[in-house]
Design a protein around this ligand. Structure first.
Ligand code: GLY
Length: 353
């Protein structure tokens, strides 16, 4: 997989112009959703390199990450003269960069694309690393391809208008990057004043966070080994997300990951001796900023079944990424049902649910 260029923008207009110039193309398309069409696209007005670009606008949020929406993008490209030499720019959150990336990966067997993520979650995770796809038959990201963007432009000025929930959703993936990288990076994340956001510091931290992901993806783009480190918190997190959805009380992905991190740090502690003080410190931050996801002991079996069906498993064995310490990663860990139920007990007790 070719390496993608990730740029922390000093000036979006100039950075985007350069990125477009690097991709010779016959036609240019911009994919937006109904929010980024209104709030973000106007900030790209008057860029000569965008002259003549055709806009494709799709519905916002995960409910639109479907085959129907994907087909509508293919249809638009087809009907507006896109060729194999056309270029697509995805302007939006993770839903737009995932779906747009997959549309680009598949149209005429693959056209070049540029990501401009507009949410924190998309900046530090979804838009970087080449995973693209759509939801299918009720399963998240069931159909997709590894296909990196040519360039990813991170314009953190977009974050100034992000609501608190979406801020914390992205921040959970940053916490994950802190836990799998260095004590210094984790410490700065835990000390960050989320009530009075210092946007210059946030920009620097986003840069360091993305670097953690880039380093890992470069070593293992197709997730055969070390890329599984990025799944920390996700084995339990996805089960929480699915349970919440099934009970019609959906939660943002990053919130589920944060609560998943609480559980998986406990497993890390009991199975790999992850230091208790570090576990408590991280859990405290999550408890203060994310609240908690409530469930009763009657739902343990359901959560366990959801975990057994996670696509990260092999032959139905639940696969965890755990930690011996910050940055000291243990891949391909398992836990039996009793230990997993004990983990849920711990979660409910320490989160007060
Ligand atoms: N979101 C985890 C990964 O890109 O591998």
């Amino acid at each position: 997989m070719s390496k993608q260029e990730v740029i922390i923008c000093e000036e979006l207009v100039g950075n985007l112009t350069q990125a477009i110039e690097k991709c010779p193309h016959d036609k240019l398309f911009i994919l937006t959703d109904e929010h980024t069409h209104r709030l973000c696209l106007p900030q790209l007005n008057n860029i000569p390199a965008l002259e003549g670009a055709e806009e494709i606008t799709i519905g916002a949020e995960d409910v639109h990450k479907t085959l129907e929406t994907l087909a509508s993008v293919w249809t638009f490209l087809s009907q507006h003269g896109a060729s194999r030499h056309s270029l697509l720019i995805n302007l939006g959150g993770g839903m737009v960069t995932d779906l747009g990336g997959f549309a680009a990966a598949t149209f005429k067997r693959g056209i070049a694309y540029i990501n401009i993520p507009t949410t924190l979650l998309a900046m530090v995770d979804a838009s970087v690393g080449g995973k693209t796809g759509i939801n299918f038959n009720g399963l998240k990201n069931e159909i997709g391809a590894f296909a990196p963007a040519v360039s990813v432009l991170l314009e953190t000025e977009f974050l100034r208008s992000l609501d608190a929930h979406n801020f914390f959703s992205g921040y959970a993936e940053m916490l994950k990057h802190g836990l799998i990288s260095t004590p210094e990076h984790l410490n700065e994340l835990l000390a960050f004043d989320t009530d009075r956001i210092d946007y210059a510091l946030l920009k620097a931290m986003v840069g360091r966070s993305v670097q953690v992901k880039e380093n890992i993806v470069e070593q293992d783009p197709h997730e055969h080994g070390i890329r599984k480190a990025l799944n920390l918190g996700h084995t339990v997190g996805h089960a929480f997300e699915s349970l919440a959805l099934a009970e019609d009380r959906p939660v943002l992905h990053g919130y589920a990951v944060a609560w998943g991190i609480v559980c998986e740090l406990y497993l890390s502690h009991i199975k790999a001796d992850f230091p208790k003080d570090r576990m408590r410190q991280t859990i405290q931050f999550i408890k203060e900023n994310y609240g908690s996801f409530s469930f009763s002991c009657k739902q343990y079996d359901q959560l366990y079944e959801l975990m057994k069906h996670d696509k990260k498993n092999t032959a139905g064995v639940i696969n965890f990424t755990l930690l011996k310490n910050v940055g000291d990663i243990c891949l391909n860990q398992t836990a039996n049902k009793d230990t997993i139920f004990e983990m849920f007990d711990f979660y409910r007790e320490c989160m007060g649910v």
